[in-house]
Each structure stands twice: as structure tokens, then as C-alpha cells.
Design a protein around this ligand. Structure first.
Ligand SMILES: Cc1ncc(COP(=O)(O)O)c(C=O)c1O
Length: 506
């Protein structure tokens, strides 16, 4: 028991406070040391390996201990050994040649924002618990809506909140649409079986749509897949046809999912046309802009992207093209009442001084207790300002164009697609490729898969893959403020060098 001489826990570090506390000096020392380690990591980020080459089992062997420690450790020592454990053994998303999947280079201001958010640790469930933090989140949501041209008046129409990422942001829109279609009844008794709910999406849609159809109980068969054109964009004639047929057959179409920048190819669906169809048939229009939504702020983008302004809900991912560290997605919903209808329950154990005249975020989404994800985005936008942010997104798109031209110029590379900041291509050697078309495709698929593995484990750059009509393609996506023109110009040489190595060693 604590007593006057030892007011803290008997297991305290210095006899006066609980083991889990640190005095200001201890914290300052450990923290300054950690900041120095992070600063060194950032200082060297253009020269380190972009990816790791660890195999299963190897990471565990790097950990200092397998057993739960019985006794504690010195904070500074712990941090000193943990930072390099991470920095030296990971894919470095902030590396200038990090172009795999879709993950933003995390901005230093975003890192500091997360640190500050953790230190303050506000709980953004209810306004009363975190009034300033809540207003910052509301303001950030408004700024993001403003950036992409979405109705932004929080006190009027648009609602929104931060979630963990693109999947969750899309699910918020989907669930709001389901509630709008199913009314109060869907809350009480579940999905109606007399009016079978139907969602429309293309096969290019990210798998979140299957996950949520499964988890919310309407089932994956409720997704009616719409054909795509040669550019992998939604075929709106097929959409019209399917809606008409389904309505005649007693289904209840409740949501159309368009994509502003598909995960594999960056394709932008014909959003303005989809909006017209959605309005005509009175169906909720959702746009997955997890990757490309922010491109609506840029000038060098296809005009169709601005159709997201017509959407009933939009998902964007700040940890992709807004350069926040993981995790930060944003759900925007045109009518905030639709969020309240879908997510709001008022438990008796909440007594809030301010009930209705403020935003309690627990009423707007799936989470109750919520961390302060918005802070890092707010700080990033204030640090750079709108103009620098838009310039950076536009520059990423311009660099993808330069990358495509550089790949086009190489006789051993076939470039396949280029949309927004995603380029797909494959290595096609000048000799040894089979003549028979089927054998040729199979040979190139295996070859390019092996080339990708070499590149991913080599560490000079990080790229990923896409499958298009059975073809295994290499894929680079630039959502990276550190990428320079000289970086993208090195890609053809890396691909061809690794391709030649694979051929020579097989
Ligand atoms: C178009 C699209 N939607 C949704 C997602 C899922 O986002 P997250 O991984 O942040 O959940 C992604 C991820 O790449 C995406 O590209």
C-alpha cells in the first residue's frame, strides 16, 4: 500500500511514483533521445533500403525477448533498442521510391501530430469529453470536403468523421445507405426479406464492399456486379439495364458504388453519369475515393472525378494521399441526419451537459471511444497550406506521367495503363519469349512475378502488382511527397536489370 514515505507503487522506478509513470526529466531524456533517433532515420530516408527481405520466422528471432518480462526496463534503453528494431527491418513507406500498394509517405508533421494526440489523449466519443479536439475534427472534415469540392457546411448538410482507413470510411457510407433504404424497421428486425436489397459495384471495387455486404447480413449475392469498359470503368448502360431488371423483379436497389481511382489501375468511373442514374432511380450514390478522392483537388485530372460532388457519401483516405501516418480515413455524408439515423443510440449512462447543439461523434459512426486521428491531418494542412498540398498531389500525377514515358521508351517494357498516379507495365525481354500466345502469356506472367519478388526484396524501390485480364502486371503508385523526377526515371533500369537477372538464373 502506498504510504507517506512511498506514495507510489512499491514497484516504482524511484520509490516515489508508480512504475508506469515517469517524472518530467525522465520523460524529457527518453523523449529527446527518441526524437533524435527519428530525426536520424528521417535524415537518412533517401539512402536506406525501401523494403525488407525478411522471411517468416526471422522477425521473431530479432525480438529481444520471447518471454513476458517479469521485471521492467529502463525507458531510455527500451526506446534506444526498439527504434532501430523497427527502422532497420521494415518497408519504408517514406522512401522516395516507395510506390507499392497505396500508402502515403508519412509526413514528419503527421508523426508529431500523432505523438501530441497520444499525449493529450482526448476521447472524441462525446463533445463534452473533448470539446476543442471535437471542433478540430469538425474543422478538418470541413477542410477536406472543401478541398475535394464536396458540400462542406457542417452545421447544414455535410456530415463526416475520421475512421481508421478506407475500408471503414466506405463501410460508414454503405451502412448509412442501408439504413436509409430499410428505415427504422431494418434496425429493429434486420434485413427485410420481402424487399431484397441490392448494391451495384464493379469487380474493380476494393474488397470492402464484399466484407460489409457479408457482415451487415445482406450477403454477397446482394452485390450485383456491373460490367466495365476496356478502361475498367463502370459501364453505365449495364448499370441502367440491371437496375431496370432488378426493380421489375422485386428487388430494392439501395446503393451504387462508384470509384474515384480504383485500387489496381486508378480508374475513375464515369461519376457524373452514375450520379444522374442514381438520382433518376432514387438510389444512394456512394463514391470510394480512398485512393483518388483527393485528386479532385488537382487540376491535371480527368473531369469525371468531379462527379464525386454529387455523391451521397464519399470515402477518402488521409493515410494515402494526404500523407498522414496510419491510420486515418474520412467518411463524408451529404446529409448528416443519415449518419445519425444509422449510428446513433443514446445510452442512459451518458449524461452530457450539451446534448443536441454539439457534435458527439459516437452518434455518427461505429466507434464509441475514439482517438484524435484528425489532429495529424489538421496539422499537415496547416503546415503545408492548401496551395502546397494541391501542388504536391499534382506533382505526383505529373511524375506518374514521366514514369510512364520513361517505361514506354524502353524496348523491353510494355506499358499497360496509366491513370492518376498509377502506372502498370510488364517486362518483355527481346529474346526467349514463346511464340504461342497462351504460352507467351504464361511465360510473361511467371517472369514478371519473379521480377516483382526480386524488386520487392532488393530494396532499391518498392512496387506491387495488378492482374488485368489474366495478365500479371507490375504496378507503381505515387502517393509520395519525396519522389523526384530522377527517382521515377530509374524504374525502367531497375525492372530490366532484375528481369535479366531472373532469366540468367533460371
Ligand atoms: C480504392 C480503395 N478503396 C479502399 C481501400 C482500403 O483502404 P484501407 O486499406 O485504408 O482500409 C483501398 C486501399 O488501397 C483503395 O485503394
Amino acid at each position: 500500500m502506498p504510504n507517506d514515505e512511498s506514495p507510489g507503487d512499491p514497484h516504482s522506478g524511484d520509490g516515489s511514483r508508480n512504475r508506469f509513470d515517469m517524472d518530467a526529466e525522465q520523460f524529457r531524456d527518453a523523449g529527446h533521445q527518441l526524437v533524435d533517433q527519428i530525426a536520424d532515420f528521417l535524415g537518412a530516408i533517401t539512402t536506406v533500403q525501401a523494403s525488407h527481405h525478411l522471411n517468416p520466422g526471422e522477425p521473431l528471432a530479432l525480438l529481444p525477448t520471447d518471454d513476458l518480462p517479469e521485471e521492467g526496463a529502463d525507458p531510455a534503453t527500451l526506446l534506444r533498442e526498439t527504434a532501430p528494431l523497427l527502422f532497420d527491418n521494415m518497408r519504408v513507406n517514406g522512401h522516395p521510391k516507395s510506390w507499392g500498394y497505396i500508402i502515403g509517405s508519412p509526413s514528419p508533421m503527421g508523426m508529431l501530430g500523432d505523438f501530441l494526440a497520444s499525449a493529450a489523449n482526448p476521447n472524441l466519443a462525446a463533445w463534452d469529453s473533448a470539446p476543442v479536439a471535437t471542433e478540430i475534427e469538425i474543422q478538418t472534415v470541413r477542410w477536406i470536403a472543401q478541398l475535394i469540392g464536396y458540400p462542406k457546411d457542417h452545421s447544414g448538410a455535410c456530415g463526416g468523421l475520421f475512421v481508421s482507413g478506407g475500408n471503414m470510411a466506405n463501410m460508414v457510407g454503405f451502412l448509412a445507405a442501408r439504413r436509409r433504404a430499410g428505415g427504422e424497421e431494418i434496425r429493429k428486425v434486420g434485413n427485410p426479406d420481402t424487399r431484397r436489397l441490392v448494391a451495384y459495384a464493379t469487380r474493380e471495387t476494393h474488397t470492402w464492399v464484399e466484407k460489409i455486404a457479408d457482415l451487415c447480413g445482406i450477403g454477397m449475392d446482394a452485390i450485383h456486379w456491373i460490367a466495365t469498359d476496356v478502361d475498367k470503368r463502370m459501364d453505365t448502360s449495364d448499370l441502367r439495364r440491371q437496375i431496370t431488371k432488378d426493380t421489375a423483379n422485386g428487388f430494392h436497389p439501395f446503393i451504387i458504388v462508384g470509384t474515384a481511382g480504383s485500387v489496381s489501375f486508378g480508374a475513375v468511373d464515369p461519376l457524373p453519369e452514375i450520379a444522374v442514374i442514381a438520382r433518376k432511380f432514387d438510389i444512394w450514390f456512394h463514391v470510394d475515393g480512398a485512393y483518388g478522392g483527393f485528386a479532385a483537388a488537382a487540376a491535371n485530372v480527368p473531369g469525371d472525378i468531379h462527379g464525386l460532388r454529387e455523391a451521397d457519401s464519399i470515402a477518402v483516405d488521409a493515410h494515402k494521399w494526404m500523407f498522414t501516418p496510419l491510420e486515418a480515413g474520412v467518411a463524408l455524408v451529404r446529409d448528416k441526419q443519415a449518419m445519425l439515423d444509422a449510428f446513433s443510440f443514446d445510452p442512459p449512462y451518458y449524461h452530457h451537459r450539451n446534448k443536441t447543439d454539439v457534435v458527439h461523434f459516437f452518434r455518427y459512426g461505429l466507434q464509441n471511444s475514439r482517438c484524435f486521428r484528425a489532429l495529424k491531418a489538421w496539422l499537415i494542412l496547416r503546415h503545408g497550406g492548401r496551395r502546397a498540398y494541391v501542388d504536391t498531389v499534382e506533382n505526383n500525377i505529373r511524375l506518374a506521367g514521366i514514369m510512364k514515358s520513361a517505361l514506354d521508351d524502353h524496348p523491353c517494357i510494355e506499358t499497360m495503363t496509366h491513370n492518376l498516379s498509377i502506372v502498370t507495365f510488364r517486362y518483355v525481354p527481346e529474346a526467349d519469349v514463346p511464340d504461342d500466345p497462351a504460352e507467351r502469356e504464361s511465360y510473361l506472367n511467371d517472369l514478371n512475378a519473379a521480377v516483382l519478388t526480386r524488386i520487392q526484396t532488393g530494396g532499391e524501390a518498392h512496387i506491387s502488382n495488378a492482374i488485368r485480364d489474366g495478365q500479371f502486371l507490375l504496378r507503381a503508385c505515387i502517393t509520395n511527397f519525396r519522389t523526384m523526377e530522377a527517382d521515377v526515371r530509374t524504374l525502367p533500369e531497375i525492372v530490366v536489370r532484375e528481369g535479366q537477372h531472373v532469366i540468367a538464373t533460371h
